[in-house]
Design a binder for this molecule. Structure first.
Ligand SMILES: Cc1cc2nc3c(=O)[nH]c(=O)nc-3n(C[C@H](O)[C@H](O)[C@H](O)COP(=O)(O)O)c2cc1C
Length: 488
C-alpha cells in the first residue's frame, strides 16, 4: 500500500494506536537512544519526539523512529491486515522482490521547498541522536537510503549504510567494498574521481526496507520500493550530483566521497546490529554539497543493535526481507524442494529432500550469492516435518538427525563475511585491506541420511518411523469417539 510520504505513514500509525508523541523535552545525547531501547524491549509504539534539547529553533525539530519495529507494522506498511503471520508477510515481500515496478520521473516536489548550499550547510540543524553511550558521535545515517550510481552501467543502488557527523558538512561512513556502493566506489577510485552520493531521510518506510535488503546487484531498490508500495516511486533530480531522489522525501543530503585515502577521517565506534560495538577506524567521508528539505522536515532514524532477547527495528525488517531474499536465491539457482526459509541471524531452510547432498546444494547456492556478505554464516537444513519457527522442533532435528561423524556438519573456511562480527579477529575484518571480513561458514545437515542401511521392519526405510505420529487407524478411531471419552 502506498504511503505518499512519511507524514501520511505517521498519520496511519497514529490512527491505529501505533504511535506515541513524546512532548516532554528529551536530550539527543543518549536519552533518546535509552528511551527507544526501553520501548523496543516492550514491543511498544513507534515514537515521534517533538521536543528535543538544542532543537527548538533548528531547521528540523522532530525525530521519528520505530515505524517498522513489529511485524504487524510491517504488515500495515504493505497494506496487509495487522494480524498477518510473519510467513505471509515474508511471502508477500518475496513476490514484490521478484516483480519490481518502474519509477516515475517528475520535475519537482516538496523536497525542493528549501535548498541549502555552500557555507549554509549545517548537519547540526537536524535532531540527530548520539544513540548509544560509547558511540563516537551523532549517527545521522541509521534509517535512510544512500543513493549511488554505477559509473559504468548507470544502474542506481540504494543501500542503508551507517554514517556519523564529523563536522557541519562532513559525514564519516563505513563503506565496505563488497557492498553495492562499495563496488561503485572502487570504480570511482580507478577513475580517480569523487563518488556522488545522495542520502534520503524520511519517505515511505518501504524505501529503507528495500535499502537494507541484500538484493541482487542489478536490481534498483527504487523499483523494488515501487513494488512494495504498489505505486511507482516519483523521483526528482538532485541539485549538485547526478542522482535522483524521491520527490516526497523529508530531507536529502547530497555530496561526494573523495577517492583518496588521505582524505579519510576517524569514524566510530558505533553500537552495531550484532548487539556489540563496531570499532573506530579511518574511513571515507561524505563532503556535503547541498541539503534540500520540506518545510518543517521530520528527521528519521533508528536505534541499531539487537538485544538478543528482543527485536529492534532492524531485526524485524531483516528477518522478513532476508528470508524472502534467501528463498528467491534458492529458487533462481534451481534448488528444488525448498519449502520455507528463515534467514536471520541463523539460516534455517526446510526442504522436501529429493536426493543425497540436497542440503549441500542449498548451502552452496546461498554461500555463493552477493547477499552472503552479512548472511548465511550458519545454515541449518531440515525436512518438512520440522517447524523452523519452533525452537524445540529444530532442537529435535539437530539432536536426532545430525551425526558429526557422518559429514552432517560441513565447514567452509576462509570465505568473505561480515566486517562487524566480533567473533572474527579485528585484523581479519579490515574492510579497506581485504574488502570484507573472514568467516568459516557452517552447514548443519539435519535431514535424514540416505546412506544408512534400509531396515525391513521400518518398511524398508533408512530412518525409523515416528513414534509420536498415530497410525491412520487409531487417528480415525480416536477422532470418531472423542466425545464419548468425556475428556473436554
Ligand atoms: C540500520 C542498518 C545499518 C547498516 N549499516 C551498514 C553499514 O554501515 N555498512 C554496510 O556495509 N552495511 C550496513 N547495513 C547493511 C546493509 O544495509 C545491507 O547489507 C544492504 O543490503 C546494503 O545494500 P547493498 O546490498 O545494495 O549494498 C546496515 C543495515 C541496517 C539495517
Amino acid at each position: 500500500m502506498a504511503y505518499k510520504n512519511l507524514r501520511e505513514w505517521i498519520g496511519r500509525l497514529e490512527s491505529e494506536g501505533e504511535l506515541s508523541r513524546v512532548k516532554t523535552e528529551v536530550d539527543w545525547d543518549e536519552e533518546i537512544g535509552a528511551i527507544t531501547r526501553k520501548v523496543y524491549c516492550k514491543r511498544g509504539p513507534a515514537l515521534l519526539f517533538e521536543n528535543i534539547k538544542d532543537h527548538k529553533d533548528t531547521i528540523s525539530t522532530k525525530l521519528f523512529t520505530g515505524g517498522l519495529q513489529t511485524i504487524s507494522r510491517l504488515a500495515m506498511m504493505l497494506g496487509m491486515p495487522k494480524e498477518a503471520h510473519i510467513k505471509d508477510v515474508t511471502e508477500r515481500v518475496r513476490q514484490c522482490f521478484k516483480n519490481p515496478m518502474d519509477v516515475k520521473q517528475v520535475k519537482t516536489g516538496p523536497v525542493k521547498e528549501n535548498v541549502i548550499t555552500g557555507a549554509d550547510v549545517d548537519l547540526y540543524q537536524f535532531p540527530v541522536p548520539k544513540w548509544h553511550y560509547l558511540d563516537g558521535g551523532r549517527y545521522i545515517n541509521t534509517f535512510c537510503g544512500v543513493v549511488t550510481k554505477d559509473p559504468e552501467t548507470g544502474i542506481t543502488n540504494v543501500g542503508l549504510y551507517r554514517g556519523m557527523i564529523l563536522s557541519k558538512n562532513k559525514i564519516g561512513v563505513l563503506l565496505v567494498p563488497g557492498q553495492g556502493w562499495g563496488i561503485h566506489y572502487l570504480k570511482y577510485q580507478e577513475l580517480k574521481k569523487p563518488m556522488p552520493v545522495a542520502i534520503v531521510y524520511g519517505y515511505d518506510d518501504a524505501l529503507v526496507f528495500s535499502a537494507a535488503a541484500s538484493l541482487p546487484r542489478d536490481l534498483d531498490e527504487y523499483r523494488v520500493t515501487g513494488a512494495l508500495r504498489g505505486e511507482p516511486v516519483e523521483l526528482v533530480k538532485c541539485e549538485t550530483v547526478d542522482l535522483e531522489v524521491p520527490a516526497e522525501a523529508e530531507i536529502v543530503v547530497e555530496g561526494y566521497i573523495s577517492p583518496n585515502p588521505d582524505d579519510w577521517e576517524m569514524e566510530g565506534p558505533f553500537g552495531e546490529y550484532t548487539g556489540y560495538y563496531g570499532e573506530s577506524a579511518k574511513r571515507p567521508v561524505i563532503e556535503v554539497s547541498c541539503i534540500t528539505h520540506r518545510n518543517e522536515p521530520i528527521f528519521r532514524g533508528t536505534l541499531e543493535g539487537m538485544d538478543h532477547n528482543n527485536p529492534n527495528e532492524d531485526s524485524s525488517i531483516l528477518v522478513v526481507s532476508l528470508s524472502a531474499i534467501a528463498k528467491n536465491i534458492l529458487e533462481s539457482q534451481g534448488v528444488p524442494g525448498v519449502l520455507e526459509v528463515s534467514a536471520v541471524p541463523i539460516t534455517f531452510v526446510k526442504i522436501k529432500k529429493l536426493f543425497r547432498g540436497h542440503a549441500k546444494q542449498v548451502a552452496a547456492a546461498l554461500w555463493g550469492s552477493s547477499a552472503a556478505q552479512y548472511l548465511f554464516k550458519f545454515v541449518i537444513v531440515v525436512e518438512e516435518d520440522t517447524n523452523i519457527w519452533n525452537r524445540r522442533a529444530v532442537e529435535g532435528a539437530l539432536s536426532y538427525r545430525v551425526n558429526a561423524a557422518e559429514d552432517d556438519i560441513v565447514f567452509f573456511p576462509g570465505t568473505f563475511g561480515s566486517v562487524l562480527d566480533p567473533s572474527t579477529r579485528i585484523k581479519d575484518r579490515d574492510e579497506m585491506r581485504f574488502g570484507t571480513g573472514k568467516w568459516t561458514r557452517i552447514l548443519i545437515d539435519a535431514t535424514r541420511n540416505w546412506d544408512y542401511e534400509k531396515v525391513p521392519e521400518w518398511g524398508g526405510q533408512v530412518y525409523p518411523p515416528s513414534a509420536t505420529a498415530l497410525s491412520e487407524e487409531q487417528e480415525e478411531l480416536v477422532n470418531r469417539r472423542w466425545r464419548e471419552y468425556g475428556i473436554d
